[in-house]
Write a protein that binds this ligand. Sequence first.
Ligand code: SF4
Length: 348
Amino acid sequence: MVDRRKTRNVAVGRIFIGGGAPISVQTMWKRPLNSVQDALDGMHRLEDIGCELLRFSVPDMESAEILGQIASQSELPLVADIHFDHRLALRCLDFPVAKIRINPGNIGGMGKVEELIRKASAKAVPLRIGVNAGSLPKALRQEKNVAEAMVKAAEEELSILEKLNFHQVIFSLKASHIDTTIEANLLFSQAYDYPLHVGVTEAGPLVQGTVKNTLALSRLLENGVGDTIRVSLSDSPENEIMAGRSILQSLGIRNFGVDLISCPTCGRTVFDVTGFLDKVHRYMERINKNITVAIMGCPVNGPGEAKRADLGVTGSENQVIFFKKGKIIRRESADDAIEAFREELEKF
Ligand code: SF4
């Protein structure tokens, strides 16, 4: 069991970040914010598969108004992501948003920062300060050690907020390079107790991005560093959530329910494991039960794995055999196997 670094506890809507709260999994809305219904539908899908915090870019006042309508109809904590224009942040604070992502150092002076902090304090809305290796302040861009420069950038932002005695802050220090991301977060966490949102940014498409994030996150989380995660991918927010949950579950940090074992398939496969998984995978994501499920393709390794699982399915000649806690409970044709699988899963 990893000893997590002690951080401040920050309330973000209905969840907490830091202070020993469960490490939350978040993602970002990936389209322009121009339809309330589209966003509400997408949000419900994401919440269904375990999204705990959802961030929206707010580039203009129209987006702020739409975010306001969505936030008023949502219990899922929503984050407004704003750059440069503090008026957008002030408008978002009129709505029940859970957090504002903004960097005080780039909104144009202390007067605007004070105005923002006054309103955020009054509404009990925290800020996320995001330092990105690709957009460091000019004075830090020539520094040899990028991770150290990122920490300095975070410190500049922090000094502004500490002058105003505002501490409801979550930091992120992100780079597209794994080692830089790890080094920056370890350095920051050694010096400060603010909660950290961790992940590799601009990590790439599904496979490459998941691998990069897994490597960085496992090293950080095993060092007790990280209070909320986002697996940034050039892919869907659904896959970001599923990858994030899978990383936390595989590291034994959180338990989200079904632990899935499935055979990779080979020339012996007599059951369409991949097609079956495609049809039941999303359904299993919604099952909040601490059980092991095995989906296997042939009688060679299938029965052994399926027997060890709480619920196991293995192909065998022209039928699919179901095991429950080591015992055969039913045999079905491939066509009926999906419905039978759902029925058996429901019984848990
Ligand atoms: S369980 Fe059977 S089908 Fe699946 S990979 Fe192993 S040998 Fe191949």
